[in-house]
Ligand binder design. Structure first.
Ligand code: FAD
Length: 425
């Protein structure tokens, strides 16, 4: 079978790998110049399976109100009158109740565990090196209020078979001595969580697929894909810059741009329930390794995520924060990175060289669905069209598992993971 994958981010490249393993002829198309050039370029690099919690909680109304009214909140809504946001928000709020929270939590945490196992198997089978390190992730608290919430979250995920250790200040500092001059009051260690460079993974896996002797995967870059309905809406065709792309099946893995693709030319499905949620990422060289973190983590008070990475430029720390509902706007200004510096310095003072010309600023959008679970399914109307998108805030963690179940669907097998709780089109 010939399968064309649209999108060479984490999800598209992982999908290409599983399709290749099934013996298909696979081609990947992307409008950028190389893999992992958009959302997968500079995320927080945490394999935070234990953090795979749904965004619509029973307390969501309070979070939404703060997002609308508090310009210093980590989650902000800056385009409140966007009709797409209203549609998305209405469905989001329909899940913000105790029953759905329980159902979505169970589905998301167990899918994340399945996905992490698949990621580890892929790394093992291909030998791809992305600095994967499974030493646990540290969730640090600087106030009694966040410590109480962290205890509650630890109990919740422990009920789903995640090993969580609740730590005192001394225990946190024993694990991460460079936190000793901070005001950390305690934290939690998610024992099976891991870290790794998602850009390095995506690019190395794409190269591995290109280099295969048998059925090498073909990557075409600088090629924008469009969908068009024909025959009065009875069939759907996919076009690249040089005309129609012929294949037996197409997988749409366009991350935050999936909705724009679906609306390109003609509307492919009634609606794609994905809204782009912008986050800001700073990558900063390490100045003093003795003051820098040894493992990745999240500050529960400021919600900055940080991760040590080894790059060609030497050791750096990736720091991300922010969840901004700003429509398609993916721009950023220097001021957007002030919280990164303020909150990271409060934890690890003097570790980083903020004045280095190698500091890199970036903004990218999480492809969020209202339920916070991804869309992994065959299109309800067009047999040859498949959707693998909407992995949201946790697409690095979910990349390989999502690729595997997509390959199951295309092969006509029962999916290796039950997809009944996933977001539906
Ligand atoms: C700030 C931030 C921090 C994050 N941290 C983490 C983390 O620590 N752990 C984690 O698990 N997840 C994290 N995520 C989430 C994760 O990065 C995303 O879920 C993931 O990168 C999405 O991958 P993707 O392949 O769906 O999208 P993308 O990486 O955006 O790939 C989509 C590709 O489609 C291409 N494309 C789009 N439209 C077209 C078109 N019409 N024609 C051709 N090509 C097209 C684009 O060029 C792009 O290459 C984070 C996200 C953000 C924003």
């Amino acid at each position: 079978m010939k399968v064309i994958v649209l999108g060479a981010g984490l999800i598209g490249v992982a999908t290409a790998y599983y399709l290749w393993r099934d013996g298909h002829e696979v081609e990947v198309i992307d409008e950028q110049a190389q893999p992992a050039s958009v959302t997968s370029y500079a995320n927080a690099c945490l394999i935070s399976s234990s953090r795979a919690l749904p965004w619509p909680t029973p307390a969501a109304a309070k979070t939404v109100w703060r997002a609308l009214t508090d310009s210093s909140a980590p989650m902000r809504i800056t385009k409140p009158f966007d009709p797409a946001l209203w549609r998305w928000g209405r469905e989001f709020m329909s899940y913000a109740n105790a029953h759905d929270y329980k159902r979505l939590t169970r589905a998301k945490l167990s899918f994340a565990r399945f996905c992490q196992t698949e990621l580890e198997a892929t790394l093992q089978d291909t030998g791809v090196d992305c600095g994967y390190q499974r030493d646990g992730l540290l969730y640090v608290c600087r106030s009694d209020a966040t410590m109480t919430a962290a205890r509650g979250r630890a109990a919740l995920v422990a009920a789903h078979r995640y090993e969580m250790r609740v730590l005192t200040r001394d225990e946190v500092i024993a694990l991460e001595p460079s936190l000793s001059s901070s005001t950390v009051v305690g934290g939690t260690l998610a024992v099976s969580d891991a870290q790794g460079d998602s850009r390095a993974f995506t690019r190395a896996l794409a190269k591995w697929l290109t280099d295969q002797q048998q059925r090498p995967v073909r990557f075409t870059f600088g090629a924008r894909a469009e969908a068009r309905m024909t025959g009065g809406g009875r069939s759907c065709r996919i076009y690249g810059p040089n005309g129609e792309l012929g294949a037996d099946a197409y997988v749409v893995a366009l991350g935050p741009k999936t909705r724009a693709f679906a609306n390109s030319g003609w509307r492919v499905t009634g609606r794609i329930p994905i809204y782009p949620v912008k986050g800001y990422s700073a990558t900063v060289p390490v100045k003093d390794a003795s003051r820098a973190p040894q493992r990745g983590g999240i500050c529960e008070d400021s919600l900055i995520a940080y991760c040590p990475l080894n790059t060609a430029l030497g050791p750096v720390i990736r720091i991300t924060t922010g969840a901004v509902f700003a429509g398609d706007d993916n721009g950023f200004a220097d001021a957007d990175f002030a919280p990164h510096r303020e909150h990271f310095e409060a934890l690890f003072p003097g570790a980083l060289d903020w004045s280095s010309p190698a500091v890199e600023h970036w903004a990218c959008q999480r492809p969020m669905t209202p339920s916070s679970l991804p869309i992994i399914q065959q299109d309800p109307y067009y047999d040859r069209l498949y959707w693998n998108c909407g992995q949201g805030h946790i697409g690095w963690t979910m990349s390989c598992g999502s690729g595997r179940v997509m390959a199951d669907l295309i092969a006509g097998r029962t999916p290796s993971f039950d997809l009944s709780d996933m977001q539906q089109l």
